[in-house]
Design a protein around this ligand. Structure first.
Ligand SMILES: [Zn+2]
Length: 146
């Protein structure tokens, strides 16, 4: 918990400076690299600075932390303390995400949001990314999932 709070304080201090490569982002990059695709990281020329951008394919992938981006899942639950601080802040993050996705779509980009809680099933995620990026997964370690 202490670590969580200190990282919150840190990112507040850093303001607009983006945190480079969270564990979740690194995992998604690794999967995409395994698919044999090249990408740009934190493409600032695009709305929302997508975590991964595939300019030739006009596709972008965002990797979102469930808490910060207000995913409606167990991990994304709103905090029970200091709600007057967190609720508007998280709502603003959600609004900003929606705006970025809408702007990208209007520019003709296709978008995919990968949530932190979806990283547990790596092979399912790899298939989803492959489908989105219109490539195929080398079925080496295919498990019996969905
Ligand atoms: Zn989630």
């Amino acid at each position: 918990m202490a670590d969580f709070l200190s990282s919150l304080a840190r990112s507040r201090r850093m303001g607009q400076v983006r945190q480079q490569g969270t564990t979740a982002e690194l995992l998604v990059r690794e999967i995409v690299t395994d698919l044999g695709l090249r990408y740009r990281v934190n493409f600032r020329d695009l709305p929302g600075s997508p975590d991964l951008a595939f300019p030739k394919r006009r596709r972008v992938v965002f990797v979102h932390g469930c808490f910060w981006h207000g995913h409606r899942c167990r991990q994304g639950q709103e905090p029970s303390s200091r709600r007057e601080y967190w609720v508007p802040k998280l709502e603003e993050n959600r609004r900003r995400d929606r705006r970025a996705l809408r702007a990208l779509r209007n520019m003709g980009w296709r978008t995919l949001v990968v949530w932190q809680c979806q990283l547990k099933n790596r092979s399912a995620l790899a298939r989803r990314l492959a489908r989105f990026l219109e490539t195929s997964v080398q079925s080496t370690s295919e498990s019996s999932g969905t």
